[in-house]
Design a protein around this ligand. Structure first.
Ligand code: BG6
Length: 491
């Protein structure tokens, strides 16, 4: 799936330098993922991890932070005391106020010469420019260095371009790893294999044989402690601009000429550039914004978004988006792509539903409901692929009933599946860029999303309410129903 893209020796010692080392992302995702990579011998010998934070911690205080806040996120069966202690021995803590140029001298002292430096910027994107400028000023960036940029990369096209420009002054494009953790998910990578490793779907994977595509990423969690970030961001920027559009690209892209990073990213870029830009009229008709109100999820009562901590009482941030997109190219002409994501929905589920065209003529009378063939690719919580078909009900004349060809990938393969961050961190260490976004891809995604954000602002409308624990506002179902479609849980 991936290709080596750098000439640097793979065994160069590594200094992994994590900005935001005391933050939530590091604690819950990056450090546990690095532990797993360490435990499976996927970090180069002689690796050191330099955690950077603003707090005036000693090394021991940082290790205590890891014990309390990271260790609980390591898979329990992978946690071996000796291995964890060995992992902790790789760490240094360096206190830096990222705005203070003088502080970077401490990092220059702590990082070894002649190593590969990977700078992981797990901070607010507003700090990326300052951090990169200061790293370069103290001579820490060289041709072996790599930088990992966490999403969201900017809040609109102009801010994304500004970040890309300033990071690009110090790092070549092949040294920049823009992370979208969905691209590290086993199931998402498997989507490429499903499409490009199996001959049977190829001829059918286009209009008019495909009638519509649904992409749902539903979460049952609420905004949690991230209201400060989320309220400024909303679901369109937080999820659609990156994760959902990346899924759409993998479903819709042409076969790349190889798995070389640029070959894959060229094809994804073409999809993003073919997305039909929405006018105000399209936005009013084809998008639905929602915000959750108090309800119950999994039988437990939960607050509404406006009652969450740190959310302004008049917030218009959307916690749900559904929209209909079109790709203006030959393969997908007139095939609607329905995208939907939300917080506090009935359950956590990420799935892609490919709905095949109706029969040209029905010889056998349809059953009470008009089932078509569907390929349902479930990415989360379980990984499965189902092909929904019709079969004759035994002994019933010619009555047809739906049945599934069911591929349960979790049963088919029992090997350990690395978590997305672990897989992507290993890719960074090995110089594999295929599953990271290139600058032009990111900017093309913003170019499509931005008019929607602007259109919503111009309309002055508020997001529609939906009760926590449902699948979003009724208008989301209506969006589908208008074209005789239905979201998968409604059909
Ligand atoms: C992140 C978003 O990128 O993805 C979060 O910022 C969201 O708001 C998360 O909860 C969902 O990721 P996953 O892997 O749990 O589906």
């Amino acid at each position: 799936m991936t290709t080596q893209t750098t000439q640097a020796p793979p065994d160069l010692p590594l200094d992994m330098i994590i900005f935001g080392g005391g933050g939530d992302l590091s604690a819950r995702k990056l450090l546990p993922a690095l532990y797993m990579a360490h435990q499976h011998c996927n970090l180069p010998a002689n690796t050191r991890i330099l955690a950077i934070g603003r707090k005036n911690w000693t090394r021991d205080e940082y290790l205590a932070f890891m014990e309390e806040h990271s260790k609980p996120f390591v898979e329990p069966k992978a946690l071996e005391p000796a291995s964890w202690d060995k992992f902790l021995s790789l760490f240094e803590y360096v206190r830096i106020d990222v705005d203070s140029a003088a502080d970077y001298a401490r990092l220059a002292e702590a990082s070894r010469p002649g190593v590969r430096r990977v700078f992981y910027l797990a901070t607010a994107p507003a700090l990326f420019t300052t951090i990169c400028d200061n790293l370069a000023a103290v001579g820490l960036v060289d041709e072996h260095s790599r930088v990992v940029l966490e999403k969201p990369l900017g809040h609109d096209l102009a801010s994304a371009q500004a970040i890309n420009n300033s990071v690009g002054q110090h790092f070549a494009e092949t040294q920049i790893y823009r992370i979208d953790h969905y691209l590290g998910k086993e199931t998402v990578q498997n989507l490429m294999v499903l499409r490009f490793g199996n001959a049977i779907f190829g001829p059918l994977w286009q209009a008019p044989y495909i009638k519509s595509v649904q992409i749902t990423v539903a979460e049952n969690v609420g905004v949690g402690s991230r209201a400060g970030f989320y309220d400024e961001t909303g679901a369109l920027r937080d999820m659609v601009q990156n994760h959902l559009l990346q899924l759409l690209c993998i479903v819709a892209m042409e076969p790349p000429v190889s798995l070389d990073p640029d070959a894959v990213r060229d094809e994804k870029l073409k999809v993003l550039r073919s997305l039909r830009r929405m006018t105000d009229e399209d936005i009013a008709r084809d998008t639905v914004r929602g915000q959750y109100t108090a309800g119950a999820v999994g039988g437990e009562p939960v607050k509404g978004y406006l009652q969450e901590d740190n959310v302004p009482a008049d917030s218009r941030a959307e916690t749900f988006v559904a929209l209909r997109a079109h790709i203006n190219n030959w393969r997908w002409a007139n095939v609607p792509f329905y995208l939907r994501t939300g917080k506090r929905m009935q359950k956590k589920v990420s799935e892609i539903v490919i709905e095949f065209a109706d029969l040209p003529f029905a010889i056998i009378p349809p059953g009470p409901r008009n089932y078509g063939n569907r390929l349902v690719i479930q990415l989360q919580p379980a990984e499965s692929i189902q092909l929904q078909m019709l079969a004759k009900e035994p002994g019933s004349g010619l009555k047809m009933l739906p049945v599934n060809l069911n591929l349960d990938l979790e049963q088919a393969f029992t090997e350990r599946r690395a978590e997305a961050y672990e897989r992507l961190l290993i890719d960074v260490v090995r110089g594999r860029l295929t599953h990271f976004m290139r600058r032009d891809e990111l900017e093309a995604a913003w170019s499509w999303v931005e008019p929607i954000i602007e259109g919503w602002k111009r309309s002055g409308d508020k997001p529609r309410n939906y009760t926590a624990g449902t699948f979003g506002p009724a208008a989301s179902s209506a969006l589908m129903a208008r074209e005789n479609n239905a979201w998968s849980e409604e059909s």
